[in-house]
Structures are given as C-alpha cells and as structure tokens.
Design a protein. Structure first.
Length: 245
C-alpha cells in the first residue's frame, strides 16, 4: 500500500490566484487599500503597481512613512494578536493589482505551510532592515543625500534584474515629507541633480545610475568652492604652480 505524498506548497501560485479567503482586487491610483483607524482584518500582497504608507497626526499633519513596490505585503499588522486598528493609510500611487488575504486565511497558511512562512519571514526581515536604514538615513545623512536614496529606491537600483529608471509619478511635496525637508529644498536638489546629469524629468522622473555616486562616494561638487579666477591673486599663482609641477 502506497501513501500519496502531499504536493509541495507553491507560494507563488498562492499569491497569484484567488481562492478560499483570498481574492484579487484592483485599486486605482490615489485610491486607498485601507485607512488609518480602520479594522486591521486582512493583508494585501501587491502583485503590480506602487503604493505608499502615510500617517496623519492629531493636528492633521500628514507624513509618508514608506513606499511599497510590487512583490511586497501591505498591512501585515493584521496578524499581530487580536484584530486591531490600522496605524497608517495605504494608498495606490499607480494603478495596482493586489491579492487581498483575509486574516484567518493568512494565519492558517503561515501555520501550516512552512514554505510560505519562509517567504513571509524574508519579507519581514527585509522590511525591518529597510526601516533601520531609513532611521539611520534620517539621523545622519543630509537632506540631499536622503533625496538621492529615495529616488534610487523608487527606481529599484540594487535589486535583482534591471532597474525601472522611469519611476512612478510622485510630487515634490511627498518627497519632502519622506526626507523631512521643505518642497522648495527638494526642488533645489532636483534641479541640481538634473544639471549634473543624475536624473531627467519632464512630468515623470528618470533616474540614472550615476546618482549612486551621491550615496556611495559623496561625489557632488563642493557648493562652497570658488572658481579659480575668483580666488585671491596669491592663491591663483599657487594653483598655477601646482599644475606646472
């Protein structure tokens, strides 16, 4: 007598196809997956598109926490203990397709299917590392460097495969919220990046790999440096002497 072996669980198929306790939803750009203060009763898996998480303070000030790319989960707090309330609002930046997984089904598959648990654990670790990197970035880097990092993350430089150099439409106000500065400073930095050839933009932003130099090597011209012809005469003579040696 032979016993039938249970087929291996396919995490990709689970996240791609509708079934018991899960269904595919389409979310239009600028529409919400869920809102802050709502019931945390499901988890979303973003199949395509881009989204963002925002929070609003008691005084009504809104801040963007993070951007979410295809292949990531949204609203994972739904499986933490009893059903609670959403701590943030998830909004589609572009048109999105997502798998909506009910809380009970998400908990079941995590408990019963180790292959899926591994996938979800890797996501949680990556999200945790990203959060730590965001905190370090906010504490120690200049707002110009923080902007460069956000643009590179949106273009997905550093991930497997070719980066999407043309990033989704995003306002300078949102970028300013994410890096903790003003819209006018973002505009100044964006113009500077464009003049240096790091980005192009005409409605949509195209990011070039050369922008990595801002992050990795701090390769930006020194704004405080004076041109040679404006230096005192003695210094000009020293510069000329150095070049002739």
């Amino acid at each position: 007598m032979t016993t039938s072996k249970k087929p291996a669980f396919d995490s990709g198929a689970f996240l791609a196809n509708a079934g018991l306790g899960k269904r595919i939803v389409q979310v239009k750009a600028k529409s919400a997956f869920f809102t802050q203060g709502g019931a945390a009763d499901c988890v979303y898996y973003l199949q395509s598109g881009r989204a963002k998480l925002t929070v609003v303070s008691k005084r009504g000030k809104e801040a963007t926490i993070t951007l979410i790319n295809a292949g990531e989960f949204i609203g994972e707090e739904a499986i933490a203990g009893a059903v609670g309330l959403r701590m943030a609002t998830a909004t589609a930046i572009t048109s999105c397709s997502a798998m909506k997984i009910e809380r009970a089904e998400m908990i079941r598959v995590l408990q019963e299917e180790h292959a899926f648990s591994d996938v979800f654990m890797k996501f949680l670790l990556a999200r945790s590392m990203r959060t730590q990197a965001d905190l370090v970035d906010q504490l120690f880097n200049s707002s110009e460097k923080r902007l460069a990092r956000i643009l590179l993350l949106m273009a997905e430089f550093g991930k497997a495969g070719e980066p999407e150099t043309l990033i989704p439409a995003i306002t300078q106000e949102t970028l300013a919220e994410m890096i903790g500065t003003t819209r006018s400073r973002v505009s100044f930095f964006m113009n500077r990046f464009r003049k240096l050839g790091f980005i192009e933009y005409n409605g949509r932003i195209r990011v070039h790999k050369s922008l990595l130099n801002v992050i990795l090597h701090d390769q930006l011209p020194d704004q405080n440096a004076l041109p040679v012809e404006r230096l005192p005469a003695a210094n000009r003579r020293l510069r000329k002497k150095d070049r002739s040696m």
